[in-house]
Structure formats: structure tokens, C-alpha cells
Design a protein around this ligand. Structure first.
Ligand code: MN
Length: 239
């Protein structure tokens, strides 16, 4: 008997200079392990093509990556903003809006959670270390191995992240210098770090729209509980 595995579109990285579209390790493997079929999407800003792609896939994983052009949340790009990928921005904003509006499952990781927030009117810190001065921040660009958890997040009881881990305190890895500033309407914050950084959001009244600032795709091999979010995502994509 063959099982119908949901098809999961993954937004890719893009190396502008080499014209190279690619995806880093852990994402595809995690989706396969959780019961889905990953397909790395071609990079295009053509909305007709994106619409066709959208209709053919059962869910979207917005992957990690470079910084978001601040113009998308109504700011100038400051010196502290990093590399920008215009095609990626355009493609992911289109897809993120669609999945949130139409209820198709979406999992956003790192840049992915930021795109979900920006897509419907939220904003970001272009660089948390230059822009947050009123308190001491944790190390969010960790120097430990990539699979190793270096800071705590406090998880909202009853949320999807909480369901995945089954507890309110989870230690996660961290590779970001940007973070969510103003949360877009419709999202609720479901995990924060002790320094007050937003580390996970979930869209209300949606079967599965979860974004996390950490990288579960680099952790699940060492700690199975990080695969649970992938499994819940895939399960919803199969419905
Ligand atoms: Mn962090």
C-alpha cells in the first residue's frame, strides 16, 4: 500500500553572484523523516507561476536565509541590515500572504518567521544589537555547534510549539541578528527568550501557521523532540 505523502514546497537560498539556487541541510531530510516529500522551489517573482506552484503544493516551508529588505516594513535600510535577496523577498512575501489568507499549512524557520510577520504588516529589528539598547541581550548568533541549544525560550502553554515539546521551557539554538519587532495582527507570540526577544509566533484561526526563530532542522537529529513540529506540520498538510 502506498501512502500519499504531502508535497512541501521549500523556499530556496539564492546566490546572486553565482546564480545558484540551493537549500541547506536538515530541511529536506526533516520533511522526509516527518512523512512529507520536499520540493525545493525555483526562485521566481512571476506571480502567475507562483500561483500555479501554490496550487500544486500541500504546504510551504519558508527556510532560513539572508536579511529582509527593510522597505517591506516601511523603513530605510540601515547600515546594520545585512545582505538582501530581492527575488527571494518577492517570492516569499507572495507565498506567505497566500498561505496565511487561504489557510494552507506553513512552517517558517528563522528568516521564514520574519517573512510571515512582514508579509501581513509586521516589522523587524534590522539588527537587534544596534537597535535594542535598553537591556542586555543574549547571544543570538551562537558560537557553539549548530545543533547545540544555547538559550532558553518560554513557550505558551497550549500552543503548537508547546504541543511539539510538551513543556514550557525549551532550550534552542540561535543564529539571528534580526528579530520580530511589531507582531502583525492575527499572530500570537508563542515563545520568547528571557531577554524579551520574540522567538515563535502562530497565526490564529489557521490550521497550521507556525514560525520559529530557532533552527529545528539542525537539531532534530540530536533531539527527536525537534522533529515533532515537522510532524505536526506534515500531518496538517495531509488533511
Ligand atoms: Mn534566539
Amino acid at each position: 500500500m502506498s501512502i500519499k505523502r504531502p508535497l512541501i514546497g521549500i523556499s530556496p537560498w539564492y546566490d546572486e553572484e553565482k546564480r545558484l539556487t540551493y537549500i541547506k541541510g536538515g530541511y529536506c531530510e526533516g520533511i522526509i523523516k516527518a512523512g512529507g516529500i520536499p520540493v525545493v522551489l525555483p526562485l521566481t517573482g512571476d506571480e502567475e507561476i507562483l500561483q500555479d506552484i501554490y496550487e500544486k503544493i500541500d504546504g510551504i516551508l519558508l527556510s532560513g536565509g539572508d536579511d529582509v529588505d527593510a522597505v517591506h516594513f516601511g523603513e530605510w535600510n540601515l547600515p546594520c541590515n545585512g545582505e538582501i535577496s530581492p527575488y527571494r523577498d518577492r517570492m516569499e512575501l507572495f507565498l506567505a500572504r497566500k498561505v496565511l489568507e487561504e489557510g494552507k499549512p506553513v512552517l517558517g524557520i528563522c528568516r521564514g518567521v520574519q517573512m510571515m510577520n512582514v508579509a501581513i504588516g509586521g516589522s523587524l529589528y534590522q539588527d537587534i544589537y544596534s537597535q535594542i539598547r535598553d537591556r542586555c541581550l543574549l547571544q543570538h548568533s551562537q558560537k557553539a555547534p549548530r545543533w547545540y541549544p544555547t538559550h532558553e525560550v518560554v513557550v505558551k502553554s497550549g500552543s503548537k510549539v508547546w504541543k511539539a515539546h510538551g513543556k514550557e521551557s525549551v532550550r534552542v539554538n540561535s543564529f539571528h541578528h534580526q528579530a520580530i519587532k511589531d507582531v502583525a495582527d492575527g499572530f500570537e507570540i508563542t515563545a520568547s527568550s528571557p531577554d524579551g526577544m520574540i522567538e515563535a509566533i502562530e497565526f490564529r484561526n489557521h490550521p497550521f501557521a507556525v514560525g520559529v526563530q530557532w533552527h529545528p532542522e539542525l537539531m532534530w537529529e540530536k533531539d527527536q523532540s525537534f522533529l515533532e513540529l515537522f510532524k505536526d506540520f506534515i500531518e496538517n498538510c495531509g488533511k
